[in-house]
Ligand binder design. Structure first.
Ligand SMILES: C[S@@+](CC[C@H](N)C(=O)[O-])C[C@H]1O[C@@H](n2cnc3c(N)ncnc32)[C@H](O)[C@@H]1O
Length: 238
């Protein structure tokens, strides 16, 4: 094998190893919340492992399309911001963004991505279930790849309560749902795709959000994933 072959192989192994480690953990923990794994290698290779996947690209397209429906120059909270995958969209729109995440490693990647454009972008370490912002501080709250599988259901509801509290306008939230009957999730496990669409819409409504639009990013016979555009029911959504 030539040196030229070795480098891509090593790169591919380094991308896959964090996932393998996670798969091994899953053998011992049934359906565990995975909020605390986004450090070190997992953060370093987070984008490389995902950005060529169709679902990732559909999410990028969905968020971009839904952002186009909103005025520019908004005050945005992206929670959890992760590596800042939507940063370019916000910068182009002239939005003022706060990206919040629990992982310092993910925030470092987001900081590197924002680079010289970092004006108008604030990146802060924090907990989505206890946001350190005043009520109605943001025109838009964005949350992708979070409420479905990262937090246990009880905490996901708490995060949704917090998102609604700090939001005075719209939210863009990605979540999954079952196409058949709902199976109510246990409070200490992630919601995944157990609730059907009616119950997801009801959950949003209970937290003060009305559905304005939906872009599907995964369509299987038994489950779907969507990015929803929500409007704060009592807010001035402009
Ligand atoms: C799957 S990533 C999603 C990141 C980004 N939204 C995306 O779509 O790529 C999940 C993120 O949630 C963060 N996280 C986990 N628990 C959190 C919490 N309680 N508060 C804030 N961020 C949290 C992790 O650090 C990680 O960056």
């Amino acid at each position: 094998m030539t040196a030229g072959h070795r480098a891509p192989l090593l790169h591919s192994l380094r991308i896959r190893l964090p996932r393998l480690r996670w798969a091994l953990r899953k053998l011992f923990l049934r359906n565990p919340p995975k909020g605390n794994v986004y450090y070190g290698d997992i953060a370093e290779y987070y984008d490389a492992e995902r950005e060529t996947k169709l679902r990732w690209q559909r999410e990028q397209a969905a968020v971009s399309a839904l952002l186009e429906r909103l005025p520019q120059g908004l005050r945005v909270l992206d929670v959890p911001v992760g590596t800042g995958r939507f940063m370019e969209f916000y910068i182009q729109r002239g939005d003022r963004v706060c990206g919040l995440d629990a992982s310092t490693s993910m925030l470092e990647r987001a900081r590197a991505r924002a680079g010289n454009e970092a004006q108008g972008i604030e990146l802060v370490e924090g907990d989505a279930t206890a946001l350190n912002f005043a009520d109605g501080s943001f025109d838009l709250v964005v949350s992708v790849r979070f409420l479905r599988h990262i937090l246990p259901f009880a905490q996901a509801k708490q995060a949704l309560t917090e998102m609604a509290r700090v939001c005075r306008g719209h939210a863009i939230i990605e979540i999954g749902y079952a196409t058949g009957a709902s199976h109510w999730p246990s409070e200490n496990k992630p919601i995944r795709d157990q609730l059907n669409r009616d119950d997801i819409v009801a959950l949003f409504r209970q937290h003060g959000f009305e559905v304005e639009d939906e872009v599907q990013t995964l369509t299987r016979r038994t489950r779907k994933r969507s990015v929803f555009l929500l409007r704060r029911a009592s807010g001035d959504a402009g």
